[in-house]
Design a protein around this ligand. Structure first.
Ligand code: ADP
Ligand code: MG
Length: 638
């Protein structure tokens, strides 16, 4: 925090110690790009989508400003919000393909989006003057035209503002939702965080920053033309995020500096020699430190170190740089992307961080009781009666009937076991109940309301929470953050609350931390709150999934083989936890292979075999049932 303030102060003082307008303009451009990259990082770093459409959005921002100035003579205070809003609207358009396709397909679609924008700017001459471009003089503010320096300070102020706002967004429930859908879309949906909605949000917010950036760029350059917003620029933006280091604001600023400065450095041979020498020394020192700290092996570092040394040697051998510029630029980028996948900031964080980051010191509440608010009792429902009623559920995959006319009736307040051999359709049943699959036929009623054809997020919010057979945590998020995603439904605050850090948001945020810690405490993970989920041992990951599911305040909790891969003492603990959950009034459906677990906790058991229900009843009855023994042993009982 302090270093950030010092850094911003240094930036603010820059015009005082250099009067060279070239440098002031360059630093200004870096800050303008940084604003765009903060936003691009939301999409790329947090939600994990690739966008090659951001140069197009940048262009929309610039041209909104240019056209409003030229056609309407609009003032700056009107043009800035207009650019942000118009571009955010285009961001929503760009988000539409992201809802249907991902990966390389999405990259292609967003690229097409950027290209179309560029073509439109070129062709809509009545509005944009086409290839001629638009002249935009420095804006007026308070009745006087801004000087170069004043404009620089305006850009700095807006960058600082963007930095604060982006940071707040990403720390809030919105940021957690973005990150969750990268970690596991299916789990996000099942935590009531609609992947669909938050992808659109991410693109819209990201586009808003691109709009601000583009608008400032128009004033900074004082002339805009369609050529600027091309393919090269969009790739450069993406590289800046990756090179600087995704999921960090300092990475975005560093990335912006690299893409602005590097091409300029490569214009000048003397400069290039100095830079490559410094780079080689840094690389050497970095490698030695990294090897000494056992972060990497000498072998892994050999090629990068030799590579940078060779680059330095090459620079002194070169006589003219002009022919080599692009190749060297390309090589450097390739190098960073290949060797520093967490970007430069990520790399240095690794070097300087201690082995693991423990959870922040937090006094967990002694009693976790209040952690689970019992939805059932809260809504005035007495125990007893049918909570879930599935009739004739058929789930067909091609010719395979994974579920064949299954009836399932779950009594409120019970633990209902669902057992059967592998492939008998147990997990499919859970997927049908949580809206991941839509059943081919049959009806499912939960609390008197049909579940069929509703979205997973909707079903989750109506009170069905679950865990997954193959653990679906948000790996890069901490244990506490994982649970907080489950608590997403407790937030009423919107983007504005988050950006302004209003009392309402603060209250909700504090209570989400408290309840999150309470839930972690409930499953015995309080002291691992700050650990990234992917670093937890397998057994703990399963417990964390349960805590996250409980955060939804469910009436019904579905556990899919929670004991799989657990050690005997862990299983004992798990049984105790499941009992406690039921005692809080939450109904449980338990899929389990460990018969001792099923027999000791279940009030009733249903048995599936080849998609059909072959038995049902009290655990002891089911255990003695001949059909069940046959199904499990694969041969008729003697
Ligand atoms: P289990 O009882 O072990 O949890 P599942 O419900 O996972 O069994 O699977 C039941 C059957 O349905 C298996 O034969 C499985 O291959 C099949 N199945 C499950 N999901 C799909 C799917 N998405 N597409 C095709 N077949 C599936
Ligand atoms: Mg299964």
């Amino acid at each position: 925090m302090l270093s950030l303030v010092v850094f911003l102060a240094l930036l603010a003082a820059a015009p005082l110690y250099t009067s060279n307008p070239y440098y002031i303009h360059m630093i200004g451009t870096i800050m303008i790009y940084a604003i765009l990259l903060f936003g691009l990082d939301i999409v790329v770093g947090y939600t994990g989508q690739v966008s090659l459409g951001h140069a197009g959005l940048f262009g929309v921002g610039s041209y909104t400003a240019g056209v409003m100035f030229m056609k309407l003579g609009a003032p700056l205070w009107l043009i800035i919000p207009a650019s942000v809003c118009v571009t955010a609207g285009f961001g929503a358009l760009l988000a539409l393909p992201a809802l249907r396709v991902t990966g390389p397909y999405l990259a292609m679609v967003t690229l097409a989006f950027g290209t179309i924008i560029q073509i439109l700017i070129n062709e809509m001459t009545f509005l944009t003057e086409g290839p001629l471009g638009i002249k935009v003089p420095k804006p007026d503010l308070f009745g006087a035209k801004l000087t170069e320096h004043e404009f620089y300070w305006l850009v700095l102020a807006l960058m600082a503002l963007s930095l604060v706002v982006v940071d707040r967004i990403l720390r809030s429930q919105l940021g957690r939702a973005f990150e969750a859908l990268r970690g596991s879309p299916v789990a996000s949906d099942c935590m009531g965080v609609s992947v669909y909605r938050y992808k659109v949000y991410a693109f819209v917010i990201s586009a808003g920053f691109a709009g601000l950036s583009g608008c400032l760029y128009a004033y900074s350059e004082q002339y805009i033309s369609p050529n600027t917003y091309n393919f090269e620029l969009t790739v450069l933006f993406l590289l800046a995020v990756i090179m600087g280091g995704r999921k960090t604001r300092s990475g975005a600023m560093l990335g912006a500096a690299i893409i602005v400065i590097l091409p300029k450095l490569l214009d000048d041979l003397e400069m290039f020699r100095q830079v490559s020498s410094v780079l080689a020394v840094l690389m050497l020192v970095g490698a030695i430190v990294a090897i000494a700290k056992k972060i990497t092996t000498p072998r892994a570092m050999a090629i990068p170190v030799v590579g940078t040394l060779a680059l330095a040697a090459f620079s002194f051998w070169l006589e003219s740089i002009t022919d080599w510029r692009l190749s060297i630029f390309g090589l450097m980028i390739l190098f960073v992307v290949y060797y520093l996948q967490d970007g430069i900031v990520g790399f240095f964080r690794k070097l300087t961080s201690r082995k693991t980051s423990r959870g922040q010191a937090y006094q967990a509440p002694a009693h976790a009781k209040d952690a689970i608010t019992v939805a059932a009792s809260a809504s005035g429902n007495e125990s007893g009666g049918t909570l879930l009623n599935a009739q004739g559920v058929l789930m067909q995959f091609g010719g395979l009937k994974a579920l064949n006319e299954v009836d399932l009736r779950i009594q409120r307040g019970t633990i209902h076991g669902l057992i059967g051999p592998n492939g008998s359709g147990k997990s499919t049943m859970m997927n049908v109940l949580t809206g991941i699959y839509v059943p081919t036929a049959g009806s499912i009623e939960f609390c008197g309301r049909s579940v069929v054809e509703r979205s997973s997020a909707d079903i989750a919010l109506s009170g069905i929470a679950r865990t997954f057979q193959n653990v679906q945590l948000f790996g890069e998020m901490t244990a506490l953050q994982n649970v907080q995603v489950g608590l997403h439904h407790t937030f009423n605050s919107n983007l504005l609350d988050v950006a302004l850090n209003t009392p309402r948001y603060q209250r909700e945020d504090e209570s989400a931390i408290e309840r999150g810690m309470g839930l972690l405490n409930f499953v015995g993970l309080a002291d691992l709150a700050g650990e990234e989920a992917r670093n937890l041992p397998y057994g703990k990951q399963r417990l964390l999934e349960i805590a996250r599911a409980l955060a939804l305040d469910p009436q019904l909790l579905l556990l899919d083989e929670p004991a799989a891969g657990l050690t005997a003492p862990d299983i004992k603990e798990l049984i105790a936890i499941i009992r406690k959950i039921r005692d809080h009034g939450i109904t449980v459906i338990l899929i389990e292979h460990h018969m001792d677990v099923v027999m000791s906790v279940c009030d009733a058991v249903s048995v599936l075999d080849f998609g059909q229900k072959i038995a049902e009843g009290k655990p002891a009855e089911v255990q003695a049932n001949e059909k069940v023994i046959e199904a499990y042993l694969g041969a008729p009982a003697a």
